[in-house]
Design a binder for this molecule. Structure first.
Ligand SMILES: Cc1ncc(COP(=O)(O)O)c(C=O)c1O
Length: 385
């Protein structure tokens, strides 16, 4: 049969490729972003309890009300703003589904979405499946700062969406309040919606505070904000996230959500609601928790040839191997898997036109012993040359 792929150039993601190579080579995988330590046992117990209580049938399409109320309470504490759990909050299958639904709700054939490279890989395929195209603007290492004049020039009559991600995976940079002001100014009086990927909202370092679109009066009115309990509760496999948006945008998002996943596993939702009710500040230690891991890993690597790049947020750390090799990041990452038995994530696949760079991404969501073992292998590799 002749079959015309809608995404002919889309292959397996770099995360899957590197994780598969790690298995083949028996390498320590500190590339892909998932914790190797257990979730809070109280969260695990809450899940067992709610299953025993019979919370096992379809949840409401928009999410169980107990969880949406907990989310509204959490948003009030985090962003000093009130959100209506009935009309402005939708529970989704991880942040990924929220991103997909928002993109399908906004983008139609011929429409454009502006995204910033290095870009998380879920954005562009969703835009293309909706019939649109991405205009990709590159942020340059090591600071990865936005150039708002460039954004202004990139906006066309077809632009419908700007996707921002802060803290940003994989650059580990964060947007400031001044960036949000600049974004609001460039889209003012235009029919452009913002999709703010804020899944790392609670992981900012060195006293930085997250600038959320939800705390920005002008942007809040025209934004979908996407969050993930996978990141916040160290439970990536639960696949529970949520989208916060004004009622008008939420209505459109739910039209997609109801025919995409319809609703999210109900015991997981009840368990998270119960856990957050008992521990309403469960996320407040996250920055400190990951900053200690960043400092441990960066401290071990500094001076080794794998030079840590300043990380402002997310649970990743970039390292620059430029002092050791001029090989491309993909070649060098493969060499590390084979020779150092360490799997990392190269940065160039996150760009449409990668600048010259020698950066690899390491994940900090690992036990200290894993980070120490990874650092030891990298230092040993660098010493052997
Ligand atoms: C920037 C970014 N957005 C969205 C997601 C997806 O979140 P989830 O695992 O909740 O689907 C991730 C996960 O790694 C991410 O790094």
């Amino acid at each position: 049969m002749r079959f015309h792929s809608k995404l002919p150039d889309v292959g397996t993601t770099i995360f899957t490729v590197m994780s598969r190579r790690a298995l083949e080579e028996g390498a320590l995988n500190i590339g892909q972003g998932f914790p190797d330590y257990p979730i809070d046992p109280r969260l695990a117990n809450a899940l067992i309890e709610v299953i025993g209580e019979g919370r096992n049938q379809y949840a409401p399409m928009e999410g169980v009300v107990e969880l949406r109320e907990r989310i509204a309470a959490k948003l009030q504490v985090s962003y000093a703003s009130s959100f209506d759990p009935h009309t402005e909050i939708t529970v989704t299958c991880g942040g990924t589904e929220a991103l997909y639904d928002a993109i399908q709700a906004v983008i139609g054939p011929g429409d454009e979405a502006i995204i910033f490279d290095p870009a998380y890989d879920a954005y562009e395929p969703a835009v293309r499946l909706a019939g649109g195209r991405c205009v990709r603007l590159a942020l340059s290492p090591p600071a990865f700062r936005f150039d708002w004049d460039e954004v202004r020039h990139a906006i066309s009559g077809r632009t419908r969406l700007v996707i921002i991600n802060s803290p940003q995976n994989p650059s580990c940079s964060v947007a400031g309040r001044d960036d949000l002001d600049a974004l609001a100014a460039v889209i003012r009086d235009r029919p452009i919606t913002v999709l703010a990927d804020e899944v790392y909202e609670h992981v900012l370092y060195d006293g930085r505070e997250h600038a959320s679109v939800l705390a920005h009066a002008e942007l809040r009115e025209r934004s979908f904000a996407v969050f993930s309990f996978g990141k916040t509760l160290h439970a990536t496999g639960w696949r529970v996230g949520y989208c916060v948006a004004p009622a008008l945008l939420t209505r459109e998002l739910r039209k997609v959500h109801q025919f995409n996943t319809f609703s999210i596993a109900s015991p997981l939702q009840y368990a998270i609601a119960r856990y957050l009710e008992a521990h309403p500040d469960a996320w407040t230690g996250l920055s400190g928790f990951f900053q200690a891991k960043r400092d441990l890993l960066a401290g071990r690597l500094r001076g080794s040839g794998f030079e840590p790049v300043a990380a402002a947020g997310t649970y990743f750390q970039l390292v620059d191997y430029g002092a050791l090799s001029r090989a491309t990041d993909i070649e060098f990452a493969d060499r590390l898997i084979r020779e150092a038995k360490i799997a990392t994530i190269p940065l160039s696949p996150f760009y449409s036109a990668p600048p010259a760079m020698t950066l690899l991404r390491l994940c900090l969501a690992k036990r200290d012993a894993t980070l120490e073992a990874a650092a030891a292998r990298l230092c040993d590799f660098a010493r052997r040359g």
